[in-house]
Design a protein. Structure first.
Length: 467
């Protein structure tokens, strides 16, 4: 009800902030504690139900990002790696929204290379607290977060050798020494607060270390890996809303004495949007279902696949929807240009799609580690080949998710139109996979691309072209 009747997305975008009354309404609904267990005051929702709610909250991207920054990454470290005392102390106020959380990892000198962070935590002489010094950038909720999961370098003793390793800390703004910068003036998701957060001699009790000292990098990766899966359902929700708005226009706008909706190329755009939304939903809920199984199964590769497919598919669909409206879609009188700006961040944050493609390929190849490599060079450096391998896996998982959803729908007697969508999708993805496999195995073509890229880079470096 709050999202439908009181949220003015155009105003949020225009004023670059979410009104306090809207945030209060979200807190009253319990949306700040969706995945926090009931014993700590949260709703205790499964990953599947969380994905469903993400589909709804995504109707306003700024709200979706604010909520996700709070619970999908901000407080997730406490949830998955915190001890019982930390959970009892922090989760109840985070669940009701009295406190808001943020995730502080990225720095001016380290983005995708998270292991290179320079923020440092130094243990005090009495061994009772750490002093944190450093700066974090692009921090969602950074301007007003009360509780922050902060990653910093600490000195650890590794078998008698002093080494720097990353440690995760629960940091309260009330500790002092924390300064938030001016909110970034962003292209999209303008209502979400994003800023730099500086730490100067911030005293953090040793009891606020999450997990083990020196174990922070793994915690950071687990947090990010667990939060990506819901991007599929949120992107699908956005696309379905776009289809609703666009179809109304296409059905009433006439050209050459007939509605736009009767033209083949316009119908093709709607088909593309429908298929993408269907596949995104299928992938998101298949992944969420696996994550809900006992034993906390590792679904990091599947979550990365969902993130890549949904972020890239969402961008394509928003562009197609805008195209249907023509010039009207390019104006601020309609929400399409806002959707376009909002969704452009999706391939960038929570791990760029380029890094995630590398992760998908290299993680998959670990299963072939017992076989001798035929390559004399490190496969890590063969990024174009790894990209193609990742594309194979992305499309394979998309088709698997669709077939799984369709077989389940048939088994429980849901409408047969799902079978029709599945057949169309299957044919499309078989074609994609054939191309993907050909791209991977066509070594001369791969070499040709690499040679051309190297030649282009050499020309640019030699200033042969005056740009």
């Amino acid at each position: 009800l709050v999202l439908v009747s009181t949220v003015d997305s155009a105003k949020i975008d225009r004023e670059a902030k979410i009104p306090p009354e809207t945030l209060s309404g979200l807190k009253e609904l319990g949306l700040f504690g969706m995945q926090i267990p009931e014993e700590y005051g949260g709703l205790g929702l499964s990953n599947t139900v969380y994905a469903r709610l993400a589909e709804i909250t995504a109707l306003d991207a700024s709200i979706a990002v604010t909520l996700a920054a709070h619970q999908a990454i901000g407080l997730k470290g406490i949830l998955i790696a915190g001890n019982e005392e930390q959970k009892q102390k922090y989760l109840p106020k985070l669940a009701c929204g009295e406190h808001v959380a943020a995730f502080c990892l990225t720095e001016p000198g380290s983005g995708s290379d998270a292991a290179s962070i320079q923020t440092r935590a130094t243990l005090s002489e009495d061994g009772k607290h750490y002093l944190i010094n450093g700066s974090k950038i692009w921090i969602s909720n950074g301007g007003f977060a009360d509780i922050m999961t902060v990653f910093a370098r600490t000195e650890v003793d590794d078998n008698g050798v002093k080494k720097d390793k990353i440690t995760a800390f629960i940091v309260e703004r009330a500790f002092g020494g924390i300064t938030s910068g001016k909110p970034e003036d962003k292209l999209g998701i303008r209502g979400s607060n994003t800023c730099e957060v500086a730490f100067e001699n911030v005293p953090v009790p040793v009891e606020n270390v999450i997990g083990e000292v020196g174990g922070g990098f793994k915690i950071a990766m687990n947090i990010l890996n667990s939060g990506r899966f819901s991007m599929g359902s949120s992107s699908a929700g956005m696309i379905k809303k776009l289809m609703e708005l666009t179809s109304e226009y296409a059905a009433t706008r006439k050209q050459f004495n007939k509605p736009l909706s009767e033209f083949g190329m316009v119908q093709e755009k709607f088909a593309l949007m429908a298929i993408n939304a269907f596949v995104m939903e299928s992938m998101a809920y298949l992944t969420a279902g696996m994550m809900d199984r006992p034993g906390l199964p590792d679904c990091s590769v599947e979550a990365a696949i969902v993130k890549i497919f949904s972020s890239e598919g969402g961008w394509i669909c928003v562009s197609e929807a805008l195209q249907v409206l023509g010039g009207l879609g390019y104006t601020k009188n309609y929400p399409f240009e806002r959707y376009l700006r909002d969704c452009r961040i999706l391939p960038i944050f929570e791990g760029t799609n380029e890094i995630l493609r590398m992760y998908i390929s290299l993680t998959g190849m670990q299963y072939a580690g017992k076989y001798k490599s035929c390559s004399k060079s490190s496969i890590v450096d063969e990024q174009l080949i790894l990209k193609r391998v990742a594309d194979v896996l992305i499309n394979l998982y998309a088709m698997t998710a669709v077939l799984s959803r369709t077989s389940r729908s048939i088994a429980i007697g849901l409408p047969m139109h799902l079978s029709g969508i599945s057949q169309i999708t299957r044919k499309s993805y078989v074609s994609r996979l054939n191309k993907n496999f050909n791209d991977v195995w066509n070594k001369p073509q791969a070499a040709h691309i690499i040679i051309n890229m190297n030649t282009l880079c050499s020309l640019i470096k030699s200033t042969a072209y005056d740009f």
